[in-house]
Each structure stands twice: as C-alpha cells, then as structure tokens.
Design a protein around this ligand. Structure first.
Ligand SMILES: [Ca+2]
Ligand SMILES: [Ca+2]
Ligand SMILES: [Ca+2]
Length: 400
C-alpha cells in the first residue's frame, strides 16, 4: 500500500513538471489558455460592477475580452480590446442578470491563444428585487364595480407588459438614506430629505419602515442617484442631462423628463407594471382584489390594523411573486401622469400614461386608508411637488 502511494505521488509530481505553465517556454502561444480570471466563476456581487482581470501572457500584444448574456451569445459577442490584463466596465453591464465572459491574448502578428474557460458573473441590485416575466392582463377594477375608490379605475382594458424586476418591498428609510447620503456627496440636491415612517426615527419609527414625505420628483431623482451609486446609466434625463436635482427650482426638468423602457437604470414603475406586479404577474393564482389575498388583514397594514402608524416593510404575507405591502402600509409613486379617461385610450403594449399632466399617480393604499384604497386597482394622485406621510415608492429595472 505504501509503495502504491509513493508511486502515485511520483506520477503526480512528474505530471506537474511535465506540463509547464502558460507562457512558459516550450508551450506554443496558440496552445496557451489564460487562467487566473477574476471575479471567480459564478461569483455574485452586489452594489458595484467589479473590474475583470486575468493572468498576463508572455509575448501578448493585447487581450480580447467577450461578455454576453448567455454562453450562446458569447460566440458572436463583440471583442473588447484590452491593452493590459484587466478591464473595467463602465455603465455597460446590467444588474440582476448573468454575464458570461472569457478572454484570450493576441500577438502583434495576430496569433491568438485559446479562449479561457467561460466565467459567469452575476451582479445583484443592492435592493432585493423580484424578476417578473411579462404578460397580458386585464387592468382596472375587474372585481366589484360597486366597491371602487375612484371612477377612473372602472374601465377594464387589456395591457401587455414586458419583463422587468421590482423591489420586494417599499424603499425603506435605511435604503433611502444609503443612497441619499451618497447622492448629497456626489452633486445631488433634493427638495425633501424624507422621513422614516409617519413619525420619523426620533419619534420611534425604525429604519426598516418605508421612507415617506418625499415627493414624486424626489423619488424619481433618487432612482437616478441609485443608478449612479451602482454604476448604471440613470433613466431620467432632460435635454440630454441627467436629473440630479428635485428642488422646485428644477421643476421644468423634473416634470418634463422622459424615460425609455430600454434604460438600464432604476426607475419608478409604470402604473401598468405596478398593477401587473400587485396582481401576481403571470402567476396570478388567486385573482384576489388585494395583493396576495382576498383577506386584507393577511397582506396589508391599513386603517383597521395599523394602530395609526406605518409599519416595518415585509411583515405581512407577500403576494404570489414574493412582493410585500403592495396593498397598504404606504402608497407608492408610479411614473404615470393622471388623466381621467386615459384607460380608454391606453396603449396595449407597455403603456406609460399620458405624455403630460398635473398629477402623478400613486398606488396601493396606506396605513391610514380604508380597505377600498388597498384594492389592487385603486388609484390616487397628487401634484409632483407634494409630500405625504403615507406615500413612498418601490423602484423597478427593465429587463434586457
Ligand atoms: Ca411605526
Ligand atoms: Ca393575485
Ligand atoms: Ca404599499
């Protein structure tokens, strides 16, 4: 037994010595396969998009890097030329998705090494998000036309939304502050600092309660800040400039901003996206009028059970998608302007609301509202400069 072991050890040592490492003399350039790739394969990172690096190769003139959303797409992906053995992506990688990547070295005369092994990098949002598969649904009050909050929800109409992801919870005070404090240090200005819950930290509300007392412009501008915080391109521009100021003095930019669904940055959900998510997306198994249950107390903080107080997010049952407090706790700002009869003229595919207006929509009811306000279809609205202690938001990301 001892002899067998010794023999195996010899064989291993011989093998190791007989295969010189990459770049060593005796191994032709075209046989080399680069190793030492970082981030390590299947690594998940949050919050920041990391740089890529790999072992350098002797005689390499430059390196070619490919990045794609799948291993199939990698075959035809653009080759990024890197003059050294590292690469720092800038605003080009989506988060909440996988990135397949590999690298090879190139000699001055064009000879290449083998492609490295393919590594997979997953970048997650610092905000826990749920991915939704898009689909078609009937938008509006499809349950009980007598039990309605406003008349405008009664025109039930078909809508198709594309894939997107949405925050599991309302943005908490802790999440708001993390981005807000960074933003203030990095050139942003807000009309309002926001508050933890309806009373604030000093009055006993906690940092896992939703941020409130922020207006629509603050929420939109915070989405841009969150994007830049995570090295994503901001979604909201005006006159080709990123909006970084939600103060009244910047109202023209804030109220005339546009976005497109291909933007990779954080943004407010459209009303259609919000309602599709609240219903349970393509997994709407219960068709209940509240998000996740027909029994409001199971899923929502509202007038009858909130003790007249905002509550920590995620304490009630989630809906079919794992989304919390879509009904109740705080109302949630959406992208759309309000127009009384918009549902009657809404686009079928990815409607984004009227092109202009006086009021922005918020959805889902709140801690001090009657049950009817917590209906999935209930709609409310106010001017984009007003704040309430019962209105917060949850952001979305478009899918690729
Ligand atoms: Ca509270
Ligand atoms: Ca449902
Ligand atoms: Ca809510």
């Amino acid at each position: 037994m001892k002899n067998v072991f010794a023999l195996l050890l010899c064989a291993f040592v011989f093998s190791a010595c007989g295969n010189p490492g990459q770049g060593s003399s005796g191994n032709s350039f075209s046989d080399i396969q680069i190793s030492g790739l970082l981030p390590a394969s299947s690594q998940t990172t949050t919050n920041t998009i990391p740089g890529f690096s790999w072992d350098s190769v002797t005689y390499a003139d430059y390196y070619e890097l490919q990045i794609a959303g799948s291993s199939d797409a990698l075959e035809t992906a653009d080759k990024i030329t890197c003059s050294s053995n590292s690469y720092t992506p800038s605003n080009s990688l989506s988060i909440n998705s996988n990135h397949y990547w590999r690298v090879r070295a190139v000699k001055p005369e064009g000879e290449t090494t083998q492609w490295s092994d393919t590594f997979i990098l997953s970048i997650e949002s610092f905000i826990p998000m749920v991915n939704l598969t898009g689909g078609q649904f009937s938008m509006g009050n499809s349950w009980d036309t007598e039990d309605k909050f406003t008349a405008s929800e009664l025109y039930v109409h078909d809508v198709i939304v594309s894939d997107f992801s949405i925050s599991e919870t309302e943005i908490t005070w802790a999440q708001w502050k993390e981005v807000y404090d960074w933003a203030i240090e990095n050139g942003y200005s807000f009309a309002n600092p926001g508050q933890a819950g309806n009373s604030g930290i000093s009055e006993g509300d906690t940092e896992d309660e939703p941020v409130v007392n922020i207006n629509w412009r603050d929420a939109m501008t915070w989405c841009n800040a969150a994007s830049e915080y995570q090295n994503l391109p901001p979604a909201y521009l005006y006159d080709s400039s990123v909006i970084r100021d939600s103060r009244d003095s910047n109202e023209t930019a804030c109220d005339n901003t546009e976005f497109n669904l291909s933007s990779k940055g954080y943004r407010l959900p459209t009303e259609a996206e919000w309602e599709y998510a609240a219903r349970g997306g393509n997994n709407d198994t219960d068709d209940s009028p509240y998000a996740g249950s027909s029994t409001l107390n199971d899923v929502a903080w509202y007038l009858d059970n909130s003790s007249d107080d905002t509550q920590p997010v995620g304490a009630k049952q989630p809906n079919e998608l794992g989304l919390y407090d879509m009904s109740g706790n705080v109302w949630e700002w959406c992208w759309d302007w309000f127009e009384e009869d918009y549902y009657e003229i809404s686009d079928l595919n990815d409607p984004t609301g009227p092109s202009a207006g006086t009021y922005r929509i918020f959805r889902g009811g709140c801690w001090k509202g009657y049950a009817v306000t917590c209906h999935i279809s209930s709609r409310s609205r106010t001017n984009p400069y007003r704040i309430y202690d019962a209105v917060g938001f949850r952001p979305v990301l478009s899918s690729e």
